[in-house]
Design a protein around this ligand. Sequence first.
Ligand code: ADP
Ligand code: MP5
Length: 259
Amino acid sequence: MKKVLIIAGFDPSGGAGVLLDTKVVRALGEFAVSTITCLTVQTTERVYDAKSIDPDFFEYQLQKVVEDIKPDSVKIGLLGSSEIAVVVLKNLKRYNLKNIVCDPVLKSTSGFEFCKSEFIEFLKYDFFKVCDVITPNKNEAEVIFDVEIKNFDEDVLSCIQERIKRMGIKSCILKGGHLDSELAEDILVTQTEIYRVSAKKKGLPDDIHGTGCAFSSAFATFIAKGYNMYDALKQTKDFMTGLINASVKIGKGRLILNP
Ligand SMILES: Nc1ncnc2c1ncn2[C@@H]1O[C@H](COP(=O)(O)OP(=O)(O)O)[C@@H](O)[C@H]1O
Ligand SMILES: Cc1ncc(COP(=O)(O)O)c(N)n1
């Protein structure tokens, strides 16, 4: 059995964060261990507030779990503060952790700003370099690469490829759930290749909660199983399409995924 380390926030409604991440890893037949960066007050309707865990206590949690259980891959979701991000970076290096998948959560789909501008600069110029892949959605990619994205045309993709090289980012999967398109297209951009997968879009872009969390956890799980990036992306896309088509309404707000 493969082990996936989740580093993410807690959403009490179960629609995003560690509760969803661990269910995804389990649904794909592997084992999740989780460390919590941040607590949120959140429902299927919106995020009301977020509070970081004390950085020293978080580090204690992370170090003890990785000293006990060596992960085959790592999924990083909501970090929530520069202090927590600094601790994560230090320990990714200290324990020489491999197969790092980072979902750069900056803002919730409902509009809650999880982070400040200096945190974004730290991610862009220090943190992303140690990750094997980052998985921004349209809005996150616009902030990270400082480019306006209407669609994933050749000009946008070559601009992003040039920027990942300049920033020292190994690779990036651009998630297309929020593009105005009939297709939900996701694109793996490495320093040398561009590889696309797509599926028919269900409903409106903001109808479903937690798609980005589930995507990065599934991708990290397929990488832990030993798939290369291209095959892991194909498998993740198929898995996500199934989950999205079976999404359920459990509260007053958006649909959620129930792996
Ligand atoms: N309405 C939808 N129909 C089908 N696939 C979707 C839909 N919304 C998102 N996806 C897919 O879900 C995954 C997460 O994408 P996205 O929603 O863009 O991320 P985030 O939750 O970080 O904003 C991607 O594979 C994307 O293509
Ligand atoms: C704990 C946590 N992690 C991540 C998200 C982003 O998910 P979404 O984009 O669906 O709001 C969230 N809302 N809460």
